[in-house]
Design a binder for this molecule. Structure first.
Ligand SMILES: Cc1cc2nc3c(=O)[nH]c(=O)nc-3n(C[C@H](O)[C@H](O)[C@H](O)COP(=O)(O)OP(=O)(O)OC[C@H]3O[C@@H](n4cnc5c(N)ncnc54)[C@H](O)[C@@H]3O)c2cc1C
Length: 623
């Protein structure tokens, strides 16, 4: 067997063999059913007279205010640390601790890491090393393997490099298991595995001014040096738990959806699932097929839009085989669709280039003010939500359950979800919705969940309580100039980046798809693509100039942060609810996702053509 670390005689670079993924038939599955019943795949017409009037607005406000402060999340610490165990892997491959140097060190081996490697190696940057907490590639798709997991963005646009890989996804919305396999195939094809240290968690990244290098420390005792560090550690990486009284007392089996424990046989069991966000919406229909009794504990309902899953057709395969560039063109068209619902639903004729517009843009008699435009958007948003609510009534038979499943907030304010089997699951005699609105589950005891004096005894309790969005806590591991961590900087000054990719005082550091990082669409691999291209551009620019260090100036960073705040505030009425997107209502405007759409590219192009925001240092401190 190959050693975990060896030297490539041709390049002199270290080559790794640390992949430890467990091969298990239990950790597989499908993320979909294809349904014949057309009625389950359609939204009802907008109910007549649907207007977002004062009464409806008041209803939305009351729905929101009742939930304010109800979200109380905690990390997986103490006895709950076990929920973070890597259940998909063999034990870590033993290896020596590394104390050497590489040019570029990347944290994370999800699509971010994989695409960065593809772009960097193509551009001739090969002294690149990846550190990944898990035992294999895939990131999101490595960790999340719950039954029913599937892509919510159409997979012909979501999966990057389809033509380079010679691959066509089997379904319009590929299962997470297919996506994981695709990531593994990408890693094989592009030689990624040789560059990745698996089961290696970066604990500290400290800028050393004297040498102009980052010192990267890991939980494997490594203390490596790197000229550049790229954080590609994801936006939804850190799972969180709802803090519930007595949760430590529960005597049955329990786990979080992002570490699905396939060793627990759920067949015929009484199972509870806490949370009804995007994960639960995909998992509940699959759970309902196997468990004895299923209790779904809901605080806030998701919007359940149409999925309309289908297999890739023979005609599509044949057409794409004759059309070089089809995947790139489709991704580009996808990124142009800006309206939330249309984007994720994705019109096939438009994406295939058969029609040029999804629908004719509305021409108004006069130019509307931004406020009027927002009101128009809110009105059409309301009509979509009315359809979503009408769908609940059309499908769910018990009126009390149907009433509880109806969401009252603007479409897209919380993560939109798509499923054709979730709502019908609540018509099954063994599936029970426990409405815990508006404050959520209040107590757990030895036997199960207790709500409003009723005990729900459970064999297994599953936490579908989601993730920290934009994982800002991970930034406390990055210490820049003057010994200041990124977290400290953002806590005192507010989130400050340039393009989301740089932060002043943290030279030679790139953050991929972090806070304020635009450039993408509803399709996250799009943003990863844009950021990877940017990183390569910067490294090439530095190479041409003979520059060793790059930082951004404070003024353009301040201006960019201000811009992020402005575009967030300008579009905030469209996201007026309590959601992880806005830190449960507590995030400062502009501090998390970027809401300026295509404006990010304007900022990027200006910076790239003028180079004004950057400070380049040409001298290498060690030379
Ligand atoms: C259940 C789920 C479904 C999703 N569905 C969609 C979808 O349909 N469409 C869409 O566009 N997006 C979706 N997303 C968002 C998804 O995260 C992105 O599309 C994309 O996969 C992110 O890739 P990434 O490489 O940036 O991050 P990730 O895939 O999260 O990978 C980051 C990696 O970094 C590693 N890491 C983190 N910290 C450290 C550390 N300190 N040291 C070492 N390693 C570390 C993690 O282990 C992880 O493997 C989904 C997310 C989730 C959770």
């Amino acid at each position: 067997m190959n050693a975990a670390v060896r030297i490539d005689p041709e390049t002199g670079l270290k080559v790794f063999n640390t992949r430890a993924a467990k091969a298990s038939e239990k950790i597989r599955g499908k993320g979909y059913s294809v349904l014949a019943d057309q009625k389950l795949k359609e939204l009802p017409e907008t109910p007549a007279g649907a207007i977002f009037n004062a009464e409806e607005q008041a209803k939305y406000r009351a729905f929101k205010e009742a939930r304010r402060g109800a979200a109380d999340y905690m990390g997986m610490e103490g006895e709950f640390k076990r929920y973070l165990d890597d259940v998909y892997s063999e034990p870590p491959i033993p290896r020596e601790a590394l104390t050497d140097e590489c040019e570029i060190l990347v944290v994370g081996a999800g699509f971010g890491g994989l695409l960065l490697w593809h772009r960097l190696s193509e551009a001739g940057f090969v002294d690149v090393r990846f550190c990944e907490k898990g035992g294999d590639v895939g990131g999101t798709w490595y960790w999340n393997r719950y039954p029913g997991i599937a892509c919510d963005v159409e997979s012909y646009s979501y999966l990057p490099l389809l033509e380079e890989m010679g691959y066509v996804p089997s379904m319009k919305f590929a299962s997470g298991f297919e996506i994981l396999e695709y990531c593994q195939n990408m890693a094989q094809r592009f030689g990624f595995y040789d560059h990745c240290l698996f089961h290696t968690t970066v604990k500290g990244t400290t800028w050393d001014e004297a040498s102009g290098r980052w010192i990267v420390e890991t939980d494997r005792g490594d203390k490596m040096r790197a000229r550049f560090v790229i954080l590609a550690n994801g936006i939804l990486t850190t799972p969180k738990l709802a803090r519930i009284n007595g949760m430590e007392k529960f005597q049955g089996e329990s786990f979080h959806t992002s570490r699905w424990n396939y060793n627990i046989d759920l067949r015929g069991k009484t199972v509870g699932i806490i949370g009804t966000g995007a994960t639960a919406v995909q998992a509940v229909p699959e759970l309902a097929k196997i468990v004895g009794q299923l209790y779904v504990f809901q605080r806030t309902p998701s919007s359940i839009d149409v999925r309309d899953q289908r297999a890739t057709t023979d005609e599509e395969r044949a057409t794409w085989a004759r059309e070089p560039g089809w995947a790139r063109a489709r991704r580009a068209r996808f990124s142009k669709i800006s309206a939330g619902r249309t984007a994720i639903q994705a019109n096939d004729d438009y994406l295939a280039g058969k029609i040029q517009e999804i629908k004719k843009p509305k021409i108004h008699e006069r130019e509307l003010s931004p406020e009027e435009l927002t009101q128009k958007q809110l009105d059409s948003n309301f009509r979509i939500m009315e359809q979503i609510r009408a769908r609940v009534d059309a499908i769910v038979k018990d009126p009390k359950t149907a009433a509880a499943l109806k969401p009252y907030y603007p479409y897209g304010c919380k993560r939109p979800t798509f499923h054709d089997e979730y709502l019908p699951a609540f018509n099954l005699p063994h599936v029970h919705l426990v409405d815990t609105a508006p404050r959520g589950v209040g107590e757990i005891n030895e036997r199960g969940v207790v709500h409003e004096g009723v005990e729900y005894p459970l064999d297994v309790l599953i936490y579908a309580t989601g993730f920290q969005w934009m994982g800002t806590s991970t930034f406390n591991m990055v210490t820049g100039r003057g010994g200041r961590t990124l977290k400290e900087k953002w806590e005192t000054e507010g989130t400050k980046t340039f393009l989301g990719l740089h932060s002043h005082g943290f030279p030679n550091l790139f953050i991929v798809t972090g806070p304020q990082g635009g450039g993408g669409s509803f399709n996250f691999t799009d943003a990863i693509d844009a950021h990877s291209d940017y990183v390569v551009w910067m490294l090439q620019t530095m190479r041409k100039r003979g520059a060793r260090i790059v930082d951004v100036r404070k003024e353009p960073e301040d201006a960019y942060a201000e811009h992020c705040r402005d575009v967030d505030l300008a579009t905030a009425p469209l996201r007026d609810c309590i959601s992880y997107y806005n830190g449960e209502g507590n995030a400062s405007p502009g501090s998390l996702a970027y809401y300026g759409g295509g404006k990010w590219h304007k900022h990027r192009v200006h910076a790239q053509s003028t180079l004004e925001p950057y400070v380049f240092e040409e001298r290498d401190p060690t030379v």
